[in-house]
Design a protein around this ligand. Structure first.
Ligand SMILES: [Zn+2]
Length: 408
């Protein structure tokens, strides 16, 4: 077997994360889009100079509560809110990637017809949202999973909608698990080992009566789960904080969540991470971003710009994770030449997924410095870049990771 190995992260990053934000309590459509411009563009915005990060947001189609919320339709009707033209652009560019359930039904009232109308709207727009995240309290019965008030995937329930969601094509599901470990699928260093064992102990003591564990006991970013209707899905967990206990995750909390010492711990742990927040909750456009939040976000932006910590959207991070950890490949060598053939079919879920060249962005192999490597997906040759690592000890062959263009 030639000395060629798959690298964990896109070259040259040492860890990877996404900011996954629930849109609860976003003050207005303007708050929503201003925050997106601040996070993703590099221009001056009303709340500060853009950070040039790559982050996406979540969306609701309905608001059936008495609180003001950002949603696609006005209330539970079929009339679009005035700010949706900009949201279409953000959906189409990949900067809205998460359906935070079909809407805010924290005061009850969800019906399967709501799912039908929302998915019909998405089909009309030609937009695919790859990620689902559960929302709200026990009255929001459309949620998916095994908690007693979650009926979204229970075929006998009137709220059942999962067959529609599956047909539409949502692939990654956050069903409520949150972890305190700084990096999932992390290197097994003492800090990670200790925290993981602590979480396991809590599952069998403090959390022993819960219907399921509040975190993944194996500290994985994502795993395959079977729902009540027999559907197989990818379930992922989000990271809440490193200090334990549930707390709020709104804009002011980001200062502490993204403290540089935690970011460096994530990098040292070589982990993946989906950060749980409500990034517009607490935003006031007049007073702007709290100074300590701004400092943390600017530090994160610098780590991303320096290609140490990859920051991307939840959908892209999970796709990279899914593909890079599950592709099958064979290597044929001839002297210094090596051809790597990746099988197009991915052996996950129902085995029907065909990897596209675009899905391979970031996939990186390491080999001896003298090797000449060619990469194929099936029979198609894939454009790669080769680099010698510092000290010329290794060569890396990488499918370039291309930033999502942000529509300004
Ligand atoms: Zn929510």
């Amino acid at each position: 077997m030639p000395d060629i190995k798959l690298r964990k992260f896109p070259w040259p990053f040492q860890a990877a994360m996404a900011i996954n934000s629930d849109l609860d309590n976003t003050c207005s459509g303007e708050c929503y889009t201003t925050m997106m411009d601040y996070l993703n563009s590099d221009r001056q915005t009303p709340i500060g100079k853009g950070l040039a990060l790559e982050t996406a947001n979540s969306i609701w189609f309905y608001n059936n509560t008495t609180t003001p919320q950002v949603s696609w339709f006005n209330g539970t009707g079929k009339e679009r809110n005035t700010y949706t033209a900009r949201l279409v652009e953000l959906m189409q560019s990949g900067h809205i990637d998460t359906l935070h359930t079909f809407g805010n039904f924290n005061e009850g009232g969800f019906k399967r017809e709501h799912a039908l109308a929302a998915l019909d709207e998405l089909e009309k727009l030609g937009v695919k949202l790859p990620v689902w995240v559960n929302h709200g309290n026990k009255r929001n019965t459309q949620n998916i999973g095994y908690w007693p008030t979650f009926f979204g995937a229970v075929p006998s329930a009137p709220e059942y909608h999962f067959n529609l969601v599956k047909e539409y094509g949502i692939r990654y599901f956050g069903l409520g698990k949150t972890t305190h470990i700084l990096g999932q699928d992390a290197a097994n260093n003492p800090g990670v080992y200790f925290k993981n064992n602590l979480q396991k102990a809590l599952r069998y003591t403090k959390y022993r009566n819960l219907p399921e564990s509040p975190f993944d006991l194996q500290n994985r970013l994502m795993w395959q789960t079977t729902l009540q209707d027999g559907s197989r899905i990818w379930e992922f967990q989000r990271w809440i904080n490193p200090w334990g206990g549930k707390s709020t995750t709104n804009l002011p909390d980001l200062a502490r969540q993204l403290d540089p010492k935690y970011l460096h711990r994530l990098i040292a742990n070589q982990g993946y991470l989906v950060l749980y927040t409500h990034i517009c909750d607490g935003l006031n456009i007049q007073t702007g971003i709290p100074a300590e939040v701004r400092r943390s976000l600017e530090y994160l932006s610098a780590l991303h710009k320096d290609k140490i910590l990859l920051v991307t959207t939840t959908a892209r991070l999970l796709k990279y994770y899914e593909v890079s950890r599950n592709i099958n490949y064979k290597i044929i060598t001839n002297g210094n030449q090596a051809d790597i053939f990746i099988e197009p079919q991915l052996s996950v879920l129902n085995n029907s997924y065909q990897v596209t060249p675009n899905d391979l962005q970031g996939v990186t192999f390491k080999c001896k410095p003298t090797m000449q490597v060619t990469l194929y997906l099936g029979r198609e040759r894939i454009k790669c870049t080769q680099y010698e690592t510092v000290g010329h000890k290794k060569m890396v062959i990488t499918v370039p990771w291309v930033s999502l263009p942000y529509p300004c």
